[in-house]
Write a protein that binds this ligand. Sequence first.
Ligand code: B16
Ligand code: MG
Length: 215
Amino acid sequence: MKAVIFDLDGVICFTDKLHYKAWKTVADEQGIYFDEKINDRLRGVSRMASLDIILERAGRAYSLDEKKEIAEKKNSIYVSLLDTMNENDLDDGVKEVLDTLRERGTLLAIGSSSKNTKKILEKLGLKDYFDAVSDGTNITRSKPDPEVFLKAAQMLGVEPEDAIVVEDALSGIDAALAGGFKCVGIGEAATHPQVTYSIKDMTELPEVVGGVFVS
Ligand code: B16
Ligand code: MG
């Protein structure tokens, strides 16, 4: 059995701007400088690790309780922004690509750092598209640790060598390679020096996956 494990944010959908708006609100409240370039460093990074990156610019140390409070506030802003999402926020091409792979009998999974994965999939009308969902709610270590992808493969009942990971984050490519997966990079991840395949957009994926799994 062959499988494709998709990262969510930056591959299936584009919530970067929503994360940015939410982080910007809490950073401004704390008087901490934050811009889109710093936001780029948060791609694929867990919520608390993202906050640590933002706090690099803070003039003082924050206690764990303070950090939890800020992270919770950011998340509640982000979740209310997610409520504005709907099926129109999904590129037509993405559903077609998923349909093509499913018709071939390829198993499909999500491997995302986000604890909001299930909500996002529901908003996009993709709740029933995946055979397994591994996300921020079932892992203890964030990318570049391979845990999220290894759990996805385990849920699907496949070995890493029989699955390919699709990622937009450099840390996600590191995670895939560390787990023994082949990987496809899109966006910034396409520039990773060790990436197995690079694509410009999702419509190129069925051909790449077809080539990988020809036996
Ligand atoms: P949450 P991915 C990641 O999703 C995002 O790229 C990253 O910016 C975010 O901080 C992380 O999820 C955690 O998200 O706060 O919703 O749990 O790219 O791994 O699908
Ligand atoms: Mg991503």
